[in-house]
Write a protein that binds this ligand. Structure first.
Ligand code: GTR
Length: 421
């Protein structure tokens, strides 16, 4: 597919260099074909999509990008560790559920914190998202268990020696407007991503990796990096949510910010039980098209975060044009389910236009399902969301962050699909 956007020389002649609204010059690039199978079959309907092309694209992502979750004998169990039916001044039901993974020899615990609106009488829809510094950071509530696991040091959040302390309670509350979410009739389930896999490069040995690989065996080049490991955690969290009678298992929204936005999209692609997938400022390796080459590149992301993707992905450093996929294909794996992508004006590193265009080009697949999709390649007005069919997008003013404005738009979007919740 040729996506010649604008003739560069014309714009040089007339002296305009700011034409895409973000101070960037768009070059042309070829995207891999969404609707032609490996065998050259033209994919024309949803049956062919589901039985042929979707599976091929999923394989490409497993082989070359995020890495496959290996076949394993890991068993998973759930335990309700805390229950408070009168939490947050009577507004919430609060739970902590320990999800325990074991390979028979070693175990790993992931702690899921859940808030549900107290006033709801029926099972509620839930937003499920991972957090960066521990569940205790998302709210000041003193009963939330402080993660015992490795956390990244942060002077801003008073974390040193990779340990979270009492001082970290509520330091990230700004990103998690819990009371507001409850007020709008939604529940929130969150997990500290480091419970699954600490976010540093150790050759895929720690976190959940150690349960998959015994005796120092290394993952194969197409096996999971950290993003797949975190996505695996979200999928196992979904296994639990399905069993919880207070939760409407058909209305679980997987969402995340930045690297955890990449993770949310990948989890939404892998597991069709997620009703909606939301990416907040996910950028390179998330919603942004690799081939636009704006902001973060494959070489740069692999250099700074060698553990996020599978080892095969490193062969595409400086070779975006050779990748067998681009990120409109990641969005297409979520089709026909609703998907929302958000950007921020000052977050150029994440390439807002590229984040939007992935949705735009995935529209072809939504059409196969009879869904409407975005008609324009142009970004919507700043701070206005565009919602068409099962797609949503906004570009917010400000920086790389997850704000109340973003949350409001996500809930407006979800409201459309979860009527009368
Ligand atoms: C940046 C990285 C981005 C994004 C971000 C984050 O350093 O370059 O890809 O994931 O971190 O997760 O905060």
């Amino acid at each position: 597919m040729k996506t010649s956007i604008i003739n560069f020389s014309v714009f040089l002649l007339i002296g305009m260099i700011n034409f895409n609204g973000l101070g960037q010059i768009d070059q042309s690039y070829d995207l891999p074909e969404l609707l032609i199978s490996n065998e050259g079959v033209n994919i024309q309907n949803e049956v062919q999509w589901n039985n042929i092309r979707r599976l091929e694209i999923l394989e490409l992502y497993k082989n070359f990008v995020y890495g496959r979750i290996p076949d394993n004998n890991i068993s998973v169990s759930f335990k309700l560790k805390k229950l408070n039916v009168n939490a947050l001044k009577g507004r919430a039901i609060q739970k902590e559920v320990i999800v325990t993974f074991t390979n028979g020899i070693e175990t790993l615990d992931m702690n899921m914190l859940i808030f549900l609106p107290k006033k709801s009488v029926k099972p509620v829809p839930v937003f499920l998202g991972m957090n960066f510094y521990g569940n205790q950071t998302i709210h000041l509530d003193s009963s939330i268990t402080i993660t015992p696991n490795y956390v990244r040091n942060s002077t801003k959040f008073l974390i040193s020696n990779n340990k979270a302390t009492e001082k970290t309670r509520g330091v990230r509350a700004e990103r998690w407007p819990v009371e507001h979410i409850l007020e709008r009739g939604y529940g929130l389930a969150t997990i500290y991503y480091g419970d699954l896999d600490p976010d540093f490069d150790d050759g895929f040995q720690n976190g959940i990796h150690k349960l998959f690989y015994k005796d120092g065996v290394k993952p194969k080049a197409d096996e999971m990096g950290s993003i797949s490991a975190w996505a695996y955690g979200l999928i196992k969290a979904m296994d639990y949510l399905e069993t919880d009678k207070d939760i409407d298992k058909k209305k679980v929204v997987v969402m995340g910010h930045s690297r955890l936005g990449k993770t949310a999209l990948w989890a939404g692609a892998l597991d069709q039980r997620f009703a909606i997938a939301i990416s907040n400022d996910s950028g390179c390796g998330g919603a942004a098209l690799f081939r636009r080459n704006h902001g973060e590149s494959i070489k740069s992301i692999n250099k700074h975060f060698p553990h996020w993707f599978c080892r095969n992905f490193h062969q595409f450093d400086d070779k975006e044009e050779q990748l067998p996929i681009d990120q409109h294909m990641l969005i297409s794996l979520i089709a026909p389910r609703p998907v929302y992508v958000a950007s921020a004006v000052e977050d150029k590193w994440a390439d807002p236009k590229g984040e939007y265009l992935s949705l735009f080009y995935a529209g072809e697949v939504y059409s196969l399902f009879g869904q409407e999709s975005f008609k324009s390649k142009e970004l919507p007005e700043i701070d206005r969301s565009r919602m068409t069919g099962n797609m949503g997008y906004h570009i917010r003013s400000g920086t790389h962050n997850l704000t109340l404005f973003d949350w409001e738009r996500y809930m407006d979007f979800a409201d459309q699909f979860f009527k009368n919740h």
